[in-house]
Design a protein around this ligand. Structure first.
Ligand SMILES: [Zn+2]
Length: 68
């Protein structure tokens, strides 16, 4: 049951870049940036890893507009 990034298809279980980790009352909150620039906030607790929120890909990364 591997989930992937809806923007670029990167597997969520292989974080492209872990930006920061914070200990909270819920467990561990991890900020991850995807290969496409989308930032995710994950919560790692007793129940496992949960993706709390996921941002949009970074704009202007290649200096080109979307071909679509
Ligand atoms: Zn992505």
């Amino acid at each position: 049951m591997t989930t992937v990034c809806p923007h670029c298809g990167w597997p969520d279980d292989q974080p492209f870049l872990v930006m920061s980790k914070h200990v909270t009352v819920h467990g561990l909150t991890v900020w991850v940036r995807c290969a496409c620039g989308s930032v995710q906030m994950r919560e790692i607790g007793a129940a496992g890893t949960r993706t709390v929120s996921r941002g949009r890909p970074a704009l202007g990364r290649t200096g080109q507009s979307c071909p679509d």
